[in-house]
Design a protein around this ligand. Structure first.
Ligand SMILES: [Zn+2]
Length: 305
């Protein structure tokens, strides 16, 4: 594809969650104008996407039935493949992730993974009896969460579309797609950390994943909280609803509605105390008591009905 060629987009004309065609435009613009053009220029890239996006428009809409917000136009499959392989080169990904590799970030992430492992162990005791929890992490990246699961004796499988990430993963069992993983189903728990916001068809993917989860299985969903984000003005808006990357903008209520419509029921996230600081442990326990008064988040636990 020569640089003079234009990226192709496909339209998502109905709601990704409830199927309604009553969509209201929240904001729109061009990739080569305003804040979006400026932020795109500042990001690290392999092959720079700007020449291919000249004159192209983005449009952020909200469903009038269920409230889910998303980008109406998404890259056509061939162009999305080019984005993964050439625009987001290995070097660009490393440059982008470098600020997240500080000791404080790595510590917080490992503690977070451990807390999820403790909760999943607790919540899956009924369905699995004395056998090891079998976990599928969809969109597992380099397998950081799977590595933690393995250390706790779980049987951990992952799926990731990025060949580079599969090859450099920290554990052995990372599959390229769901067809590959179907042979090792059913699982006791299914996790999607920072994945739903990237999917062209999140409902379609979740329907396939639901079938891989055993009866009473646990689903953990975590996405950025896009509450109040209606337009791309600041860098924080851009990071939350990046029109090439974060194409679905969930809030606590639209995330819960999305999962409920798929046959899951919300369960309370158990307290998992992973800290050496009594002050933080106390805060976690206080949160448990105050739960009804606190704002919901976009990290939610569900059980398959
Ligand atoms: Zn809807």
């Amino acid at each position: 594809m020569p640089a003079s060629e234009s990226a192709e987009f496909v339209e998502r004309a109905s709601c990704l969650s409830c199927g309604s065609s009553r969509l209201a435009e929240l904001s729109a613009g061009r990739f080569d104008e305003g804040a979006v053009a400026r932020f795109l220029a500042e990001d690290p890239w392999g092959e720079h996407p700007a020449p291919f996006l000249r004159g192209k428009r983005w449009c952020y809409v909200a469903c009038q039935e269920c409230g889910l917000a998303f980008h109406r136009h998404v890259l056509a499959p061939a162009w999305n493949e080019r984005r993964f392989s050439r625009w987001m080169s290995q070097e660009a990904i490393e440059a982008f992730e470098k600020p997240m590799r500080t000791p404080a970030h790595l510590f917080a992430r490992a503690a977070d993974h451990t807390a999820h492992v403790l909760r999943i162990e607790l919540l899956t005791r009924g369905p699995r009896g004395s056998s090891a929890p079998r976990v599928l992490d969809f969109g597992c990246g380099y397998g950081g969460f799977l590595a933690t699961c393995s250390q706790f004796g779980f049987e951990a499988h992952g799926v990731d579309r990025s060949a580079a990430k599969r090859e450099h993963n920290l554990v052995a069992t990372v599959h390229a797609d769901l067809a590959e993983v179907a042979g090792v189903a059913p699982f006791h728990a299914l996790t999607l950390f920072e994945v739903l916001e990237h999917l062209d068809d999140p409902r379609g993917v979740m329907l396939q994943l639901r079938d891989l989860l055993g009866p009473g299985g646990i689903l953990v969903l975590e996405t950025p909280d896009c509450s109040g984000v209606r337009d791309i003005v600041t860098r924080s808006d851009y990071l939350k609803i990046h029109p090439l990357d974060h194409i679905n903008g969930f809030t606590p209520s639209t995330l819960e509605r999305f999962a409920t419509a798929l046959g899951f029921e919300r369960v309370h996230k158990p307290v998992a105390l992973v800290t050496g600081e009594p002050r933080l442990a106390f805060r976690q326990m206080a949160k448990r008591v105050l739960r009804p008064l606190l704002r919901a988040t976009t990290q939610q636990y569900f059980r398959k009905r």
